[in-house]
Design a protein around this ligand. Structure first.
Ligand code: BG6
Length: 506
């Protein structure tokens, strides 16, 4: 995330090499983002896009396919002139990690292209591939020397890796080890698309550009924190991926922990990638590691059954294509976590996420401690409205503060009201994919919005007991909830037994 003074810096000349160029991610997000950057004149002046194809394909054919995808997924009307300028940069080159010699060819062809396009040898390799291909591709690129950086002033080489980064702590460590044998940490850009969201980046600004919050942002004033990522979307056509993954792995160590770390981190001394990422890693490392028994006590998992969302009937999760009929995979997860440090000791962080729910809602709700006693006659403290600061990430984008106020009239009666800030009331932004900032940042070499190896591993470490305990328990303890509902009833219990309740999202 560039500082204001650098906001419009053009990236260095470079080659943008996409593995998985014919895939969904490239069509949906990467190309539309490059288009938006091109439309804002934020691509390098000397630039080329290399689409790596498994089989030989002509550049012309690839450009046609990319244009079709762009017309389908662009977030703003596609202007022919901009699309043409962008697609002129595209060249198809064949390479397949299962055929190592194809990477020797790739090296030769890429270097020739770079010389023609005068990109100076700066390269960004974007792995929009299934995760099983991350290490093999990086290894081949490393073997032929395409990732090598020779030090100050020499061309840069960067690798962008998509989610999921590992499927548990052990596999994330193995992947980090493999990549770090080939690249230095500063060359690796691990994407979590949540960090591309304006409202997520704004958590940093809300906390650290406003002096009024820091004094109360701690255990003395905050009772607990709720992080909610509810989706209406079902598993859809992703049965095979999802059934092997589940809600916990799919969402918690990455997206929900991004929110947790931004809310929980200590104030960084400087606004630079190293300092900010170190503070985020620190707070993740301070999440108390639970035993498997504790993990079972402090969690609820559920699977959706047939139901109705809006006017669409949804079948049982277990009858989804490519899902095992006896699957014990959770489509909903709720956890209670604690953070062992001075700021947060004794302040639970409740996290919940699920698919096929009644509404799409991503938000962080900070619940402040109740007023210690209510001096107003006939107003016991319990009847006061709860004091919440709610950071709405999506689809509503804004911040709400809930507090008590006096109802007009001759007697003192109180009622909870809300002070609301909505992004759309203040700012007009071009519709975007959310990837523009991330792609731009890769090109200017700012990795603040990317996950560092230690954060990824700290995240997996904190969820590992839940993964293990749930695996052992199988279907025992797995709750069900009807598609289109608010989730399993047992999720409420997780808070009720602490004398708390989930805030109704929205
Ligand atoms: C992805 C998950 O990483 O995030 C999906 O794999 C999920 O299952 C998506 O639907 C949610 O993203 P967002 O931005 O819609 O909250």
């Amino acid at each position: 995330m560039a500082n204001g003074s650098f906001a419009y810096k053009k990236p260095d000349a470079c080659a943008f090499v996409i593995f998985g160029v014919t895939g969904d991610l490239t069509h949906r997000l990467v190309l539309p983002s490059l288009y938006n950057l091109a439309a804002s004149n934020l691509l390098p002046d000397r630039f080329c896009i290399v689409g790596i194809t498994r089989k030989e394909a002509s550049s012309e054919k690839l450009r046609e396919d990319l244009l079709k995808g762009l017309r389908r997924y662009a977030t703003r009307p596609v202007e022919d002139e901009v699309a043409k300028r962008l697609l002129q940069c595209v060249t198809a080159i064949e390479a397949d990690p299962r055929e190592p010699e194809s990477f020797d060819q790739l090296k030769m062809r890429l270097e020739k292209l770079e010389a023609n396009r005068e990109t100076g040898g700066n390269r960004l390799f974007y792995l929009a591939t299934p995760p099983s291909a991350f290490a093999p591709i990086a290894q081949q690129l490393g073997r032929v020397g395409l990732l090598q950086e020779d030090g100050d002033g020499s061309p840069w080489r960067r690798l962008v890796v998509e989610k999921p980064f590992g499927t548990d702590l052990a596999s994330a460590k193995v992947l980090n080890d493999k990549l770090l044998k080939i690249l230095n940490e500063h060359q690796i850009y691990r994407i979590d698309h949540y960090l591309g969201k304006e409202t997520v980046q704004n958590i940093l600004v809300l906390r650290f550009a406003n002096g009024m919050l820091e004094p109360i942002w701690n255990r003395h004033h905050i009772d607990h924190v709720q992080i909610t990522v509810h989706e209406k979307l079902s598993v859809g056509t992703r049965g095979s991926f999802y059934d092997a993954t589940g809600a916990l792995r799919d969402m918690v160590p990455n997206h929900l922990f991004q929110l947790l770390s931004l809310v929980g981190m200590e104030p960084p001394a400087r606004f630079d990638a190293h300092t900010v990422r170190s503070e985020k890693a620190e707070v993740l490392a301070a999440i108390q590691i639970q035993s498997e028994d504790e993990a079972l006590r402090n969690s609820v998992r559920g699977q959706y059954t047939a139901g109705r969302i809006g006017d669409t009937d949804l079948p049982d999760y277990r009858s989804t294509e490519d899902v095992r009929p006896d699957s014990a995979t959770e489509t909903y997860a709720a956890l209670k976590l604690t953070i062992d440090n001075w700021r947060w000791a004794g302040v639970p962080f409740y996290l919940r996420t699920g698919k096929a729910l009644d509404q799409k809602r991503t938000e962080v709700a900070i619940k402040f401690r109740q007023a210690p006693f209510a001096m107003f006659t006939c107003t016991p403290v319990e009847s006061l409205a709860e004091n919440y600061l709610v950071i709405a990430i999506e689809p509503t984008q804004g911040i709400t503060l809930q507090f008590n106020t006096k109802v007009p009239g001759p007697t003192i009666r109180t009622e909870g009201v809300q002070m609301k800030f909505n992004y759309k009331d203040y700012f007009k932004a071009e519709p975007a994919t959310g990837y523009e900032t991330l792609i731009y940042d890769c090109m200017i070499g700012d990795n603040m919005l990317f996950q560092r190896a230690d954060s990824v591993e700290a995240g997996w470490k904190a969820v590992q007991p839940f993964i293990d305990a749930w695996k052992k328990a199988g279907r025992e303890g797995l709750q069900t909830y009807a598609a289109g509902s608010e989730g399993p009833e047992a999720a409420a219990e997780l808070l009720i037994r602490d004398g708390r309740s989930w805030r109704k999202p929205g």
